[in-house]
Design a protein around this ligand. Structure first.
Ligand code: NI
Length: 173
């Protein structure tokens, strides 16, 4: 188990489409363990592999509010059905640090995926979990939540993050 570095916008890597995973092996499970550690440490409630620089269709999520952790692992998650009704949440993203915006998405989604052991599963998600799953699946397509904002708002955020990055890089050098 290890904490990996989270890539932040702007980074062309985050815009890549992630590849399908063929079979869940020990290497995949090691990556999922690391992703979970990285997500809890951040802290966040969802993380896609591309955010730690691995372009594979893998996401981890834990929306439990209690002390007890309830991690969920999704390999090759695919949305089968989306609800016609929408829900709005104020979203943030570990790859878009310090920025939040209200984003409207379908309030329910039905997905299929492979679990931690490589078994095929289905899940009907509602509420926060449904939003979180859709946000993470977007990452696998190279989409960030700021892409849903107006050009003006998005450009403002990206500029701000670029500046922050330059300052951070200066300290490292
Ligand atoms: Ni995100």
């Amino acid at each position: 188990m290890a904490i990996r570095k989270i890539l932040t916008e702007p980074d062309p890597f985050l815009r890549q489409k992630s590849h399908e995973v063929y079979g869940v092996d020990d290497e995949t499970r090691k990556l999922m363990d690391d992703m979970l550690d990285t997500m809890y440490a951040a802290p966040g409630i969802g993380l896609a592999a591309i955010q730690v620089g691995i372009p594979k269709r893998i996401i981890v999520i834990d929306t439990s509010k209690e002390e007890e952790k309830k991690p969920l692992y999704f390999v090759n998650p695919k949305i089968i059905i989306k609800s016609k009704n929408n829900a709005t949440y104020e979203e943030g993203c570990l790859s878009v640090p310090g920025q939040f915006a209200e984003i409207e998405r379908p309030d329910k989604c039905h997905i299929n995926y492979l679990d931690y052991n490589g078994n095929s599963q289905e899940l009907k998600a509602v509420g926060l979990l449904a939003t979180c799953i859709q946000h993470e699946i977007d990452h696998l397509e190279g989409i960030l939540f700021i892409d849903y904002l107006s050009k003006l708002k998005k450009n403002f955020i990206v500029k701000k993050l670029s500046k922050q990055k330059k300052i951070l890089e200066r300290i490292v050098v």
